[in-house]
Design a protein around this ligand. Structure first.
Ligand code: NDP
Ligand code: OXD
Length: 307
């Protein structure tokens, strides 16, 4: 009988197991415990190395998230098929979060909140939207939805990816050679890159310094994309206008971290796009059935590329 092993210590296992069982009648679905029989399929988030080591006959491993950086730090068997979440309800959340952050900065909500605390009624002059260009680093499943949502508000939108892309309404840049030209035009930049050796620290002093004066930074990808002290230095020097940060090098963000109390940084607790259980279970179960029928599935991770 087909066996699915679930291994995610960060959330309650029971609803996941019940959901997978409901979608996969006749399949054994179990919450993994050390020493369990090896499974045909694994559904995991940040599993321990011992989980991987005990899986001797896996047909595929599903990552209960879009980013696979933590998973790829483990020793994985050669040729293992790793499949990550493909939107599964995260795209709309990400678009909503980023539009809130970017339009909140553009419409100067922080200044209005400060005024309101003083009981002050003063309209600030409207800013020209056509002069507020937003750049999206990463034009994948989530980046493209974010870019489209920003276009809906009629911001000029630029995008940057590894391979050249053509997307209606978005001016696309690709590769290291075009990064400086891209950044130099972004009044706001949004990071939606996967964390790989190539993208680690990409939001550091040099690249952040290429942004126009007053630019706004939104990081919703991984904390390791950002060099924390460089962001703080560029905010304090007045080069950058502010930042909304959802992801951090250490999570939860330590209580004494300078980001918490910085007047121009907004912090949220890795919540910009949450894994939605029902959508994720339906997607994963559908893919297990497709793989069993010998059909290809989307969002297969390229282990060499790292995303
Ligand atoms: P995708 O794999 O679909 O897209 C990745 C994009 O990044 C692609 O456009 C890819 O380029 C581009 N890219 C990768 N490497 C490079 C590089 N070296 N230079 C330039 N571009 C590069 O990922 P998703 O959109 O699904 O997710 C993006 C990330 O968002 C995840 O990896 C995860 O870390 C993060 N995330 C955060 C969440 C949160 O709650 N904060 C929730 C979900 C995801 P190309 O198109 O050429 O392949
Ligand atoms: C993800 C995340 O990668 O939640 O899905 O960060």
């Amino acid at each position: 009988m087909l066996r699915v092993s679930y291994c995610d210590r960060s959330s309650a296992a029971e609803p996941w197991i019940a959901g997978l069982r409901a979608h996969l009648p006749g399949v054994t679905v179990e919450n993994w415990a050390e020493g369990d029989a090896p499974a045909d399929y694994a559904v995991t988030w940040a599993p321990p190395q011992s989980f991987i080591d005990q899986q001797t006959r896996l047909r595929a491993l599903f990552n209960v998230g879009a980013g696979v950086d933590k998973l790829l730090r483990l020793r994985l068997p050669q040729g293992l098929r790793v499949i990550r979440l493909d939107d599964a309800g995260m795209g709309v959340q990400m678009a909503e979060y980023v539009c809130h952050a970017v339009s909140g900065h553009f419409r100067e909500f922080a200044a209005y909140e400060a005024q309101a605390r003083q009981g002050e009624w003063t309209q600030r002059p409207a800013r020209p939207r056509s002069a507020f260009t937003v750049g999206v680093l990463g034009l994948g499943v989530l980046g493209q939805q974010v870019a489209a949502a920003l276009r809906h508000f009629e911001f000029p939108v630029l995008g940057w990816s590894r391979n050249a892309r053509q997307i209606d309404g978005i001016r696309c840049f690709a590769g290291k050679a075009q990064l400086a030209e891209f950044l130099a035009q972004c009044q706001a930049v949004v990071c939606l890159l996967p964390l790989t050796p190539d993208t680690q620290g990409i939001l550091g002093r040099t690249n952040l310094g290429l942004l126009p004066a007053g630019a706004y930074v939104v990081n919703v990808a991984r904390g390791e994309h950002l060099v924390d002290e460089d962001l703080l230095a560029l905010l304090d020097s007045g080069h950058l206008g502010g930042a909304t940060l959802d992801v951090f090098r250490t999570e939860p963000l330590p209580a004494d971290h300078g980001f918490w109390r910085h007047p121009r940084i907004r912090v949220t607790p890795h919540t910009s796009a949450q894994t939605l259980r029902a959508e994720s279970i339906a997607q994963i179960a559908g893919k297990i059935l497709a793989l069993e029928r010998g059909e290809p599935v989307a969002a297969m991770v390229d282990l060499l590329r790292g995303y």
